[in-house]
Design a protein around this ligand. Sequence first.
Ligand code: GTP
Ligand code: MG
Ligand code: NA
Length: 344
Amino acid sequence: MHIRQPIVAVLGHVDSGKTSLLDKIRGTGVQAREAGGITQHIGASFLPTETLKKVCGPLFAKMGGENQEIPGLLVIDTPGHEIFTNLRARGGSAADIAILVIDVNRGFQPQTNESLKILQSRKVPFVIALNKVDMVSGWKKNPPTKFITQSVKEQDSFVQTALDELLYNVVGTLSVLGYNSEAFYRVKDFLKEVAIVPVSARSGEGMPELLAVLVGLTQQYMQKKLDQTEKQTRGIVLEVKEEIGLGMTANIILIDGTLKKSDFILVAKRDSVIVTKPKAILLPKPLDEMRDPRDKFRPVNEVVAAAGIKIASPDLEGALPGSPVYATTDESKIEEFKKLIESE
Ligand code: GTP
Ligand code: MG
Ligand code: NA
């Protein structure tokens, strides 16, 4: 058994704090560099185990982290603005699990609903990050090292009541939509109830618990899906663009298997299928957001899933964002994969 990184999509209404949450975990400042503070592209970054360990602190050992098998997480950041439905759907398609981010003071909003539908249609399990708890009126900030459960207990009673009301608004809406949900510290069965984790991307409160719940779920229930034994190499195209010095490139989420530079790669174009051998496979550094990298991508001869990668090849002209990707060393399999792509 070889378990790959779970792919985690972050979805939610515009400005609920998706990018900020990831910035807090990565120690990056991607959100601050976005035009108008609005995410307009779909991104991915790799969170190594050491990062999870650092963010989770003592919770890491508690969740069996020391003998955990998942080698970190691959997180996909999506835009919340209403015009980017296709990018949200692409993120949802690649995901094993998702974080649905909700602004605690605003509750369910139009793209919260839309994101939920995407997850529903693809049967992606999710946890809810009830973000911006620091904005609940009267909230006293605590350091992220303090458990959020403890931090809630130390708030004035009117603040605790307010938070509970806001949380149960979300529970109520979810129940109308057919989901049982609860604050994560009251969840009895994580398979039957959606866990809601109060967090603040600003103060960092609740972030250890959010990651712990996420990692716990993937480790307990997704081993089989994540096992890479005899998995066909496949992925999904996030974006296709021409880049200086590289020519035509595609940002791809490699979902399963190993992609080699010598492989035939197949992706859809409008009315046919592209078969190409990549000129280069490029891998971003851990913690680097691939849509806004701080460091140069590293050229590699092969890459193992899960990963966000860039491939360069002149043949990628016209490749369709959102297209499935298959790769094989075996030339005789090309026709089979062509048919598979044409049928999707
Ligand atoms: P889109 O990608 O454009 O949909 O937005 P987003 O969901 O990624 O939200 P973003 O990270 O851009 O945050 C939106 C605004 O909310 C920014 O001004 C953040 O600084 C602010 N913000 C995010 N999280 C928190 C939080 O926990 N507390 C407070 N006070 N502000 C937050
Ligand atoms: Mg964003
Ligand atoms: Na934003």
